[in-house]
Design a protein around this ligand. Sequence first.
Ligand code: TNX
Length: 506
Amino acid sequence: TGVLTAGALSTITPAATAAPESPLHQVIPAPETVREAPDVEFALTAESAITADPGANDVADYLAGVLRPSTGFPLPVAEGGDVALRLDDAELGPAGYRLEVTGEAVTLHAGAAEGLFNGVQTLRQLLPAAIESPQVQPGPWTVPGGEITDRPRYEHRAAGLDVARHFFDVEQVKRYIDQIARYKMNFLRLHLSDDQGWRIQINDWPRLTEHGGSTSVGGGPGGFYTQQDYSEIVAYAESRHVTIIPEIDTPGHTNAALSSYAELNCDGVAPPLYTGIEVGFSSLCVDKDITYEFLDDVIGQIAELTPGPYLHIGGDEADATTDEQYRAFMDRALPIVEKHGKTAVGWHEYAKAEPQAGSVVQYWGVESAEAAEMAAAAARGNKILMSPADRSYLDMKYDESTELGLSWAAFIEVADAYGWDPASHLPGVPAESVLGVEAPMWTETLENSAHLETMAFPRLPAIAEIGWSPAATHDWESFRTRLAEQGPRWTAAGIGFTRSPQIPWP
Ligand code: TNX
């Protein structure tokens, strides 16, 4: 894969000098429509209360939890409040919302709790940045008057987190879920297994975690989720309207499993644990029945714990199998995913196994390579999930000076992450076959939340906007100005970020 230079993709423009717009226009992702009411302003006060329709109480509690620490106001969830969450507009779809701000009240309308939750993320961005502080701040807590009507361009707006190369514990994953939810992302793919680590307890296969989970890249201690831990992550994600997509990478990227159980190897010999960062050397034994008994246990147990519709079967970089073996493997593995009631997702190589219509093919190519294969998959009825490695990979360095991360796909500055369109990125793939976008975070070089944050911020909001906002709102000058205003919010919230020179940070 060729390494691109940052300049090849970036459009670097001089710092915007335009007067700051009303905060009503500073929301990320950009809303569908915004109508300002100049001279009108709402103020949250110590007397404010949150009123919720039946079915909206969880969102009301969540909103109160966002607003109480910095305002210090009691903000009870009660009748007759000046902040209202209404489930009265089904026309907005499951994720859409309408926010009305007058001098007297803030009202969110939606057809479902998910829409209200998305509206809450908009509302918090309309309050002063200090609203994000965990400590009481002076205020005042004003919201500019007007109306925002908003709904997503794509139903699938995802982040991905590799917990295999380095392990991230339940608290760290929850922290990341909170961060992606701010930008209305609604799926999180958890990469639960790879050569360097197996991270989820599977009953009857204890060595997967005892041995296979015992280390990580660089030889650190590793770790794993008990099934209860995993359920806790799933439930927390659900409370943030995020659906977990578990990924078990197969048939390659499996050294940790192969090292744990000799019988999974064609030669019956367990290899040692692996703590380097090479790829493409391991494979489950395609011809052995025990491979599929193993997968049935793994996929069955994980499917049981996962309420969401998808299960990701990996399928990337299977360089230790021939094409024929790869197809033979997928012909047996994919029915196991279906049997356990899940829709399969796989990396784009698995398109060659012709997964059934409705299955999701996740594109991770560079410079739109493999467009023809993706067009053929779309024509067979597959949905294409867009995570082009030279645009959306959050583990890629911003430029040559970035300390963490890799650069095999590209240097990705903010303008590169923002400067593409999922609907036209792959020539020949019809716009309606594009399911949405994902921003993957691979963690060969990333070990803690601070590392994740310097890579995710400010690029994750760029991918989130590409997934959510109408194509007509796409505008780099507008985006970089709006993004600049997020900086003080991250600082107030204790979220680290990279001060990209492309952004006019205040
Ligand atoms: C490629 S993306 C991989 C991962 C690495 C990543 C690093 C994909 C399907 N495979 O195994 O972690 O590059 O950027």
